[in-house]
Design a protein around this ligand. Structure first.
Ligand code: 8YV
Length: 324
């Protein structure tokens, strides 16, 4: 008999078939307590989990005594209680690498959109306001040759630095937990303390995971330190930023504009003040959302689960020590 796993995200047919050739796949809508209560037997017998977004926490693990591996279709795993997995010897697999280039493209798109006011002016064209040749009230500001500050120099930060350095001739500053020799040698990136980066950068791009250390790392003080002309981009996780402080900084003109892919609450509530600010480009967590990349992430997560349950989590394992 094939081992039993729970799939709580839709998969393309070919990937579903790949999964079914290894496991008995139980497709469920989510991991909410109501769903768990309704399908208690399935949760009690499953050895694997595959999906994304939903909380994988102590309460869930208590209902899954046979679980051996959880595979998330994402690079971030702030929704997962890794300590609780470790305590039970459950492996956590994720999908770094396959989404790096696409998320870096999204960051550049947000920088360009916010600086050149792409969404705002496109809306004005739709509204019939383009009636004569345009004047300064339609102008944006340059991106090329401006100073880019990257906060979080992981794989995605590095891919943003590459684009900014070669594509836009931008001097690059970065702040991270440790120095990144590759960023320094390939893209001439200069390591800075956070305050110095905030003071100097024309664009401040946050590409950080959400952890206890990064939670609310950006608030009133950080926005006050930035240039009034600064453009702020967040493509990591919403709660890294104090959203009320960001809104206040944008409303008071303490920074010029923001391009945001992630928010405190997702989906972003329609009454969020962010949506009535003309200097905000807000997109619905599209960082990795292309057909190609979402397919590659799903394929990677399927292979990760197969490897982990075969006892061979050679790559993409967050907590290999949990297997011992
Ligand atoms: C995911 C992301 O697609 O990978 C991540 O961590 O934020 C996105 O790429 C999103 O979490 C939905 O699964």
């Amino acid at each position: 008999m094939k081992p039993s796993i729970i799939l709580y995200k839709a998969l393309p047919d070919d990937l579903l078939h790949r999964l079914e050739s290894h496991f008995t796949v139980h497709r469920l809508p989510d991991l909410r307590p109501e769903t768990v209560a309704q399908h208690a037997q399935i949760f009690a017998s499953a050895v694997g989990l595959l999906g994304s977004g939903d909380a994988v926490d102590q309460a869930l693990l208590e209902k899954m005594p046979r679980l051996r591996a959880a595979s998330t279709i994402s690079v971030g795993y702030d929704n997962v209680d890794v300590d609780a997995l470790n305590a039970r010897g459950v492996l956590l697999m994720h999908t770094p690498t396959v989404l790096t280039e696409t998320v870096a493209d999204t960051v550049i798109a947000l920088m360009l959109s916010a600086a050149r006011r792409v969404v705002e002016v496109a809306e004005r064209v739709r509204a019939g306001e383009w009636t004569t040749s345009i004047g300064p009230d339609w102008f944006g500001c340059d991106v090329h040759h401006k100073t880019l500050g990257i906060v979080g120099m992981g794989r995605i930060g590095l891919a943003v630095a590459q684009r900014a350095h070669f594509g836009f001739n931008m001097p690059i500053l970065y702040n991270a937990r440790s120095r990144h020799p590759e960023a320094e040698s390939r893209f001439n990136a200069r390591y800075c303390e956070l305050d110095a980066l905030l003071q100097e950068a024309d664009f401040v791009c946050l590409i950080l995971p959400l952890t206890k250390e990064t939670h609310r790392m950006f608030g009133t003080a950080q926005f006050a330190t930035m240039k009034k002309s600064a453009i702020f981009v967040n493509a990591g996780r919403g709660p890294v930023v104090d959203e009320a402080a960001l809104i206040a900084a944008l409303q008071r003109g303490e920074i010029q504009a923001a391009g945001l892919d992630v928010f405190d609450q997702e989906p972003l509530p329609v009454d969020s003040p962010l949506l009535s600010l003309p200097n905000v480009v807000a997109v619905p967590h599209i960082g990795s959302a292309t057909h190609e990349t979402r397919y590659n992430m799903a394929a990677c997560a399927v292979d990760n689960l197969i490897d982990a349950l075969r006892g061979k989590p050679e790559k993409n394992c967050v907590n290999p020590q949990a297997a011992k």
